[in-house]
Design a protein around this ligand. Structure first.
Ligand code: DGJ
Length: 350
């Protein structure tokens, strides 16, 4: 009897497997990307954390009708993603002056000292002049994250005679904080990169030991620095290669795509020098209709990287697409980004 049951069970599993086609293990940039429950992945403006051999993908949760501010997905192969749920809920975001904030470009890092997962994001309100960092922590990579604080990490030390008017109160509150990313260096120090001063100047600031705020006392050019000064860049995506710090950014044209730039520095606080647009081929001047959000070291390699961008659909933001492309190192140490309709972690580097 037991054998019969096993046979029927095996037959049922076989039939199910035959009718549900296995997911293709490849990236299809710009196509709707489904999770393991066949639902559209919503991790826009996001970032990926590798923790205990599992990849966690966090991003803006634009699921129609959903309550998530930040979503979390997990994967072991980078192609198939399981939705872990809402990492940070919208109703957990602060309300100031009667307005609930919203979140853009969330990223998560792990602090081995406190054993906490720390989420940083651009926290915003209608009009985009709230411009704060939103910080939340969790004991688990999948959340729920608990909102901790909304801050402007460092002062704006510019001559305020020139900053007149000062609509976002930078003189009192510090430099604005918009598009952002966080990066943990090999020495376990963490940094936040962000578009400051109304997007005119990129900032980088070292984080405190808990990764929950800036390193204090904050000293310009020691714990934080202005980089890409007055260059008007956003979408910062930092990565490290052979001891140098690289920073892919976009220009500032709202939701519309524009040309990327890759800058390089010997020190994480700069100075950074532009290497130009890493994109080649058709649509290179529009970053293939995308905007940078993250660069992920490819599995098992210190030489290979994955560029992650957003193809924004401003008329219907939930329909925005994820674009993952191989970022390849050239013999002179610069990087090139090429479009691929489909690619995988084996053939993408050729
Ligand atoms: C460009 C930024 O990169 C996006 O994250 C978003 O803030 C849009 N601007 C809003 O116009």
């Amino acid at each position: 009897m037991r054998g019969t049951h096993q046979f029927v069970f095996a037959l049922a599993v076989g039939m199910f497997a035959a009718t549900s086609a296995p997911a293709k293990l490849e990236f299809s940039p710009g196509e709707t990307w489904l999770d393991t429950s066949n639902k559209t992945i919503h991790a826009h403006g996001g970032g990926v954390l590798l923790h205990s051999n599992i990849y966690y993908w966090y991003g803006e949760d634009r699921t129609p009708g959903g309550s998530g501010a930040v979503s979390c997905y997990s994967s072991t192969n980078l192609y198939e993603w399981k939705r872990e749920g809402v990492a940070l809920a919208r109703f957990d975001l602060p309300r100031t002056d009667g307005q609930r904030a919203f979140v853009e470009r969330p990223k998560v890092i792990y602090n081995p000292r406190t054993k906490k997962f720390v989420l940083w994001a651009h926290l915003e309100q209608r009009g985009y002049s709230y411009a704060r960092a939103g910080i939340a922590t969790s004991d688990s990579p999948t959340g729920p994250f608990k909102f901790l604080q909304a801050i402007r990490p460092v002062a704006n030390t510019n001559d305020f005679a020139e900053l007149n008017p000062d609509p976002a109160d930078e003189k009192v509150l510090g430099s604005m904080f918009r598009d952002m990313n966080v990066y943990v260096d090999d020495d376990d120090r963490a940094y936040v990169f962000y578009a400051g001063e109304d997007n005119w100047t990129m900032y980088v600031a070292r984080l405190n030991d808990d990764f929950t705020g800036p390193k204090l006392p904050a000293v310009e050019n020691k714990t934080w620095a202005k980089i890409l000064v007055r260059a008007h860049r956003e979408g910062p995506a930092p990565f490290k290669y052979h001891g140098k710090y690289y920073l892919i950014t976009s220009a500032c044209t709202g939701w519309k795509p524009n040309a990327a730039d890759c800058a390089v520095a010997d020190n994480i606080l700069g100075p950074y020098q532009s290497l130009g647009n890493p994109c080649v081929g058709e649509n290179a001047d529009l970053t293939y209709e995308t905007q940078s959000t993250f660069v992920l070291p490819a599995p098992g390699s210190k030489e290979r990287f994955i560029f992650i961008g957003d193809e924004w659909h401003p008329e219907n933001l939930p329909d925005s697409r994820h674009v993952w492309l191989p970022l390849t190192v050239q013999t002179n140490g610069t990087f090139k980004l090429r479009w691929h309709d489909h690619w995988n972690l084996t053939n993408g580097w050729k």
